[in-house]
Design a protein around this ligand. Structure first.
Ligand SMILES: NC(=O)C1=CN([C@@H]2O[C@H](COP(=O)(O)OP(=O)(O)OC[C@H]3O[C@@H](n4cnc5c(N)ncnc54)[C@H](OP(=O)(O)O)[C@@H]3O)[C@@H](O)[C@H]2O)C=CC1
Ligand SMILES: N[C@@H](CC=O)C(=O)O
Length: 807
């Protein structure tokens, strides 16, 4: 038993493929076909136009005729072509007569719609039966008998089975049959519902005890999720009837849901195959038990444009019959309830319905419970629109504990609000309601967290692509493949911005040539615009990476954290801002389950903050911090000599990429104050920058003007410094800019350090931190190494980004 859908028969080229597939069968075959893709919509549209009294229906009819004639022209030659055309033309004339009739009497009943709705299948099945040599044709409308519920008739299976068996039970060869069409006891046309051709094929398959049913469509099979939303979705090799039924109900439009029941009852294996890619293995639906090794969930599906109606009232508690009245009222209005969720207190019940039916549903409920609403026993009938239902489906969920916990934890961490939840006792399906705007993110996060996808993805929004940001991108580019291969971690750049422009692409921005693309395609930016765009994009596992030295960029952190975007920052401004702000940011991150990481704020790529956190978290108490924390200053004091004056060393530190974009931040001691503040705070103490004593070594006057003034004047201090340097050299001492915290006292300043002191041999731009703690007391813990430089800093930022992924 084979069935080909609208796209599969949508053109002459595809019909040729259908013929090849059918001919390659080594058994007898009944082949059910849909109308040429899009034709049924056109027919129904023509009818609707006719009743509206517009002539547009003629245009639709002409297009329908031309499409069929073109297919016939391409498939047939000579006399055969003329004969087929003639037959097709007669069917189209008949269709036209009915539609003209509709236009004349101005009435379009469900019965008429059923009469004309099946013309597409009658036409396509006739053309294909003529095109496949030796194929016969059978009229499904004579064999599939239904009641008279025009539009979505119910099949009379006992009569249908008898008729199908009588007509085709002994059939040998290839027989083509139209899908979708049926008839009632009076012989009037009925139809099986949109998508009903699948159902037709399943009805034939079950009646004839077919060895297999193949549904040929335009996708490779049931996918783990909608591939238009989740690029990593892949084909599910095999699934049970129950799983297929659940997935198709929840929006996976691969198969028409009623199709499953007849084949399930007879245990007929059913394949979903792709006509346009026949070699692909497809999906197999069988009754075989789920394999214990299978993933707990097979697929994720969703339905959009849902409304949630909540009926609430203390007067509902313990009152029998409320649910019965609610659902009867809806059933009377022919309203399908897609999801039900009830609080165990019985104080409220929420139902999800198609938004198109929401008004009618609300009215039905209000009128059914008019008395209870009047007397206050029911105090709320609330309708929320623009929602979606998401469902995860898998037989193996019942063998795995913690699925729901993991599911809702992951969704929650990504800031998606769940508005209602339903899970059947069979544990085959967990469904929940989210806002339409959260749908894409929800699907991605769920797909990812259940490892339906091979890789974990972290989506990076970068701010600032100067020295550190630029190096970071190069490192990501170099390491991307290895991380993907060995850690299954995909670092995806989805946004870049500098102070002028931003470039955003949820599918990923190639790092090669991104600067040119930012210039050419980037939109005008600003911090607020970039932040709003990030929140608006609402991408799962997002991280905002701040590689600027901006005082303003930290002002967007709180909003981003609140929107469940993690922050990784090389910028020290936030963590060294007011203590309350620092605490607030940490607290939002904690509440939202996202990360606020700033390891590079102290010692660049050195593992200082993480080590400090480990000490404190494991119960140690920091008693004293002594540190050289400025790469720039250490470099300056290691480089200054009789030949290289102070002003030149500052310039060199900038060129080496050690200094802040504005080196006055280093020279004034502000950079070290920021770092000390962060260390003291991370040690668990409250401190503000005003609490730190600064002993400056360059007079304030040099920092007051513009940066150009600074560069123009700074050489004035060279002579004095050279004198002081000579004295120091004679005393075999060196300068170190030291930060110190002890007993609540904090200070930073220039110190003259003697040989033998741990700071004395600190070379180049290195940093050194000594933590004296309760545990590391007699011998303090020392962390030492490069404390500045774009490459090591970028590596530290990179490590923080990887930390966000928790791998
Ligand atoms: N160098 C080092 O050793 C270390 C540096 N850091 C920190 O790393 C950060 C970056 O330093 P570095 O790479 O040297 O700086 P750069 O000056 O080289 O780069 C800064 C980048 O930030 C962008 N930028 C500046 N202001 C804004 C803004 N308001 N909005 C958007 N983008 C902005 C700049 O863009 P535009 O060109 O448009 O102005 C530029 O792309 C600093 O906070 C520094 O303290 C931390 C540890 C060590
Ligand atoms: N400018 C800073 C860079 C690292 O934080 C320094 O010199 O240490």
């Amino acid at each position: 038993m084979l069935k080909f859908g609208g796209t599969s028969v949508g053109s002459a080229g595809n019909i040729r493929k259908v013929k090849e597939i059918v001919k390659s069968q080594d058994d007898d075959a009944i082949v059910v076909v849909s109308a040429l893709g899009g034709i049924t919509d056109k027919i129904l549209n023509a009818a609707k136009m006719a009743i509206l009294g517009t002539d547009y229906f003629n245009t639709e009819l002409t297009m329908i005729r031309e499409r069929h004639e073109a297919v016939v022209d391409q498939l047939f030659d000579g006399e055969r072509k003329e004969a087929v055309k003639e037959q097709v033309s007669q069917l189209l004339d008949e269709l036209e007569r009915v539609i003209v009739g509709v236009s004349m009497i101005g009435e379009l009943t469900d019965k008429t719609l059923d009469k004309i709705g099946g013309f597409g299948e009658r036409l396509s099945s006739y053309i294909i039966s003529e095109f496949i040599d030796d194929a016969s044709w059978v009229d499904s409308s004579k064999l599939i008998k239904t009641d008279s519920a025009f539009g979505k008739a119910q099949v009379n299976f006992s009569l249908t089975n008898t008729l199908v068996k009588a007509a085709l039970g002994e059939f040998k060869g290839i027989c083509i049959a139209p899908g979708f069409v049926a008839s009632n006891a009076e012989g009037e046309y009925t139809t099986l519902g949109r998508g009903g051709s699948d159902y037709t094929a399943a009805i034939y398959a079950a009646a004839l005890d077919a060895s297999v049913l193949e549904i040929w469509t335009d996708v490779d099979g049931f996918m783990t999720a909608d591939p238009r939303v989740i690029s990593k979705a892949y084909v599910i090799e095999s699934l049970s009837y129950a799983e297929a039924m659940e997935l198709s109900h929840f929006g996976a439009k691969v198969i028409y849901p009623p199709t499953i029941l007849p084949v399930y009852k007879k245990g007929i294996p059913t394949y979903i195959k792709n006509t346009l890619n026949p070699q692909a293995p497809g999906s197999l639906i069988t009754s075989s038990q789920a394999n214990a090794k299978d993933r707990p969930i097979k697929g994720i599906s969703s339905i959009s444009n849902i409304s949630l109606i909540t009926v609430q009232g203390l007067g509902m508690v313990g009152v029998t019959g409320i649910s019965m009245r609610l659902f009867s009222a809806l059933a009377l209005q022919n309203i399908n309830v897609i999801l039900i969720s009830q609080a165990s207190s019985e104080n409220s019940i929420s139902i999800a319905v198609d938004t198109g039916k929401a008004d009618a549903a609300e009215q039905a409920i209000r009128s059914e419970f008019e008395r209870e609403i009047m007397n206050g026993r029911i105090n709320k009938v609330e309708v929320e629109n623009e929602l979606s239902i998401v469902a995860i489906v898998g037989e193996n969920m019942k063998h795995s504990t913690g699925i729901a916990g993991k599911l809702f934890n992951t969704i929650g961490k990504n800031g998606v609000n769940i508005m209602a939840i339903a899970q059947g006792a069979s544990e085959l399906n967990i469904s929940w309601v989210v806002k339409n705007s959260d749908l894409r993110k929800t699907l991605n996060v769920v797909h990812e967290s259940f490892f339906l996808s091979e890789n974990m993805e972290v989506n990076v929004f970068l701010l600032g692509m100067g020295l550190v940001g630029g190096n970071l991108l190069t490192q990501i580019q170099q390491q991307q493949e290895k991380l993907l291969k060995e850690k299954r971690l995909k670092i995806k750049l989805v946004g870049v911005a500098n102070s002028r422009k931003m470039l955003l692409d949820r599918e990923g921005i190639a790092i090669d040539g991104f600067r040119d693309r930012l210039d050419a395609e980037g939109q005008a930016s600003g911090l607020k615009a970039y932040k709003d765009a990030i929140i608006e994009m609402n991408i799962f596992n997002s991280v905002f990476v701040d590689c600027t030295a901006s005082n303003e960029s930290p002002t967007v952190y709180a909003d981003l954290l609140n929107a469940n975007v993690s922050i990784v920052t090389a910028n020290k401004v936030a963590a060294s801002s007011d203590y309350d702000n620092y605490r607030k940011l940490k607290s939002i991150a904690k509440t939202k389950g996202v990360k606020f990481l700033f390891e590079t704020n102290v010692g660049a790529g050195l593992p200082i903050i993480n080590t400090l956190n480990d000490l404190v978290n494991s119960g140690d108490k920091i008693l004293k911090i002594e540190a050289v924390l400025s790469g720039t200053l250490n470099y300056i004091f290691n480089t200054i000599s009789a030949d290289v004056p102070l002003s030149k060393t500052i310039q060199l530190a900038k060129e080496e990429g050690y200094s802040e974009p504005d080196p006055r931040i280093d020279l004034s001691g502000i950079d070290v104050v920021r770092k000390l503040l962060i260390l003291v705070r991370e040690s668990g103490y409250k401190i503000e920058k005003e609490d730190v004593l600064i002993n400056k070594f360059i007079p304030d006057a040099y920092f007051d003007g513009s940066i150009d003034d600074f560069w123009a004047n700074i050489s004035q201090v060279d002579a004095d410094f050279e004198q002081r340097r000579q004295r120091l050299e004679a005393e075999k001492k060196c300068w170190r800019f030291v930060a110190k915290y002890e007993n609540g006292q904090s200070e930073v300043g220039l110190q003259e350090v003697e040989q033998g002191h741990p700071f004395y041999d600190l070379q180049g731009s290195n940093n050194l931190v000594m933590f004296t703690s309760e545990r590391y007391n007699e011998f303090p813990m020392i962390i030492k190494g490069y404390g500045a430089g774009a490459a090591v800093t970028a590596a530290g930022v990179f490590a923080d980004i990887i930390r966000v992924s928790n791998i």
